[in-house]
Design a protein around this ligand. Structure first.
Ligand code: C2E
Ligand code: MG
Ligand code: MG
Length: 325
């Protein structure tokens, strides 16, 4: 399977996810064996694909749970169970809110609030992310008008985009269409993508990102430091901002290597003329550190949790956050 396949001079790499169930321990009938092998294959996909898993007891229940969750998620949009929460990004020199990150929320009758960390991967795997992602973009455009009407026409909203969305042939065209339809300037929008999305460095992704940047959309590299953190990404892709992952900010005061890492990231980004955002700022010690080393913005519970649009507007109206304890 590792050998590439050629179609019309283009090289394709194909990977496989394999589930294994053995007779007679994992089932006597063909049906049971196949369904157990299927459950094992799902786990192989879940742990990152291109691997194999053997069937173990309990796998079927988990696979059934996943399936139930997937079909609930399918009804989430028509049932109006999704909404966007906005988390302010704060300028670390002035304390003013310069924009927000749009974070998807799912409130289900039976399951309660489900974390996007849980349902986004599911939506990606089932392909639902395309429809949900489009809804997010539309909702954000709608909310940008609400911001405008309240006199906040400068704030930029950042939207998280997953790999599946960007790999779509026509993502740039789709986005242009939505912006036109809602009469929203591309300069009001920022796209956040995670490092892991760039691993393949395929030419399509580069082209899409360059097209977005030419339109005036800003590009932010999310969760920086958790993947390969390759400097070549920063050179090859037209980013305007990087976000230092929460895991490095958490122990920034006590952990010497985290401290040095953050310092190095800020210095490197600044010399590349990129803006730096610290994610997950929860206390004044972390805030002081980021300010002292010259990070441009901060985002985290210290300032605000992600809130609904009307509450976000109230936050902006309140004026700058105090930056010292
Ligand atoms: P992310 O883009 O890195 O988002 C930041 C996460 O950190 C959010 O979690 C946010 O609520 C959380 N956070 C912010 N400040 C703090 C803090 O001070 N302390 C702690 N402990 N956490 C903080 P959330 O909302 O659960 O989102 C998780 C991930 O789900 C996001 O990570 C993003 O990758 C993904 N996601 C969220 N919304 C969307 C979306 O609309 N589309 C796509 N494709 N992915 C999304
Ligand atoms: Mg993000
Ligand atoms: Mg992040």
């Amino acid at each position: 399977m590792a050998s590439p396949v050629y179609v019309e001079d283009r090289e394709f790499i194909i990977t496989g996810s394999i589930g294994v169930a053995g007779y007679p321990d994992d089932g006597i009938s063909t049906d049971t064996l196949l369904s157990n092998a299927d459950a094992a294959m799902y786990l192989a996909k879940q742990v990152g694909k291109n691997t194999y898993r053997f069937y173990t007891e309990g796998m079927n229940e988990r696979a059934a749970e996943r399936l139930a969750m997937e079909s609930r998620l399918r009804r989430a949009l028509p049932k109006n169970e999704l909404y966007i929460a906005y988390q302010p990004k704060v300028d670390l020199k002035s304390g003013y809110i310069t924009g927000a990150e749009a974070l998807l929320r799912w409130e289900n009758d039976e399951l309660g609030a489900v974390s996007p960390a849980e349902f986004i991967p599911l939506a990606e795997e089932s392909g639902q992310i395309l429809e949900i992602g489009e809804w997010v973009l539309r909702q954000v455009c709608h909310d940008l008008h609400t911001l405008d009407k309240n006199g906040f026409g400068d704030e930029r909203i950042a939207v998280n985009i997953s790999s599946r969305q960007i790999r779509r042939e026509d993502f740039a065209r789709q986005l242009t269409g939505i912006l036109r339809e809602y009469k929203v300037e591309p300069t009001r929008l920022k796209i956040e993508i995670t490092e892991s999305l760039l691993l393949s460095e395929d030419s399509h992704t580069i082209e899409v990102l360059q097209a977005l940047r030419r339109m005036g959309v800003e590009l932010s590299l999310d969760d920086f430091g958790t993947g390969y953190s390759s400097l070549s990404y920063l050179k090859r892709f037209p980013f305007t901002e990087i976000k230092i992952d929460r895991s490095f900010i958490r122990d920034i005061e006590s952990d010497h290597s985290d401290k040095q890492l953050c310092q190095a990231i800020i210095a490197m980004a600044t010399s590349l003329k990129l803006k730096v955002v610290g994610e997950g700022v929860e206390n004044h010690g972390q805030l002081d550190f980021l300010r002292n080393y010259g990070a441009h913005s901060g985002q985290g519970f210290l300032f605000s949790k992600p809130v609904r649009i009307d509450e976000f507007i109230t936050l902006i109206e309140r004026g700058p956050f105090p930056l010292s304890a």
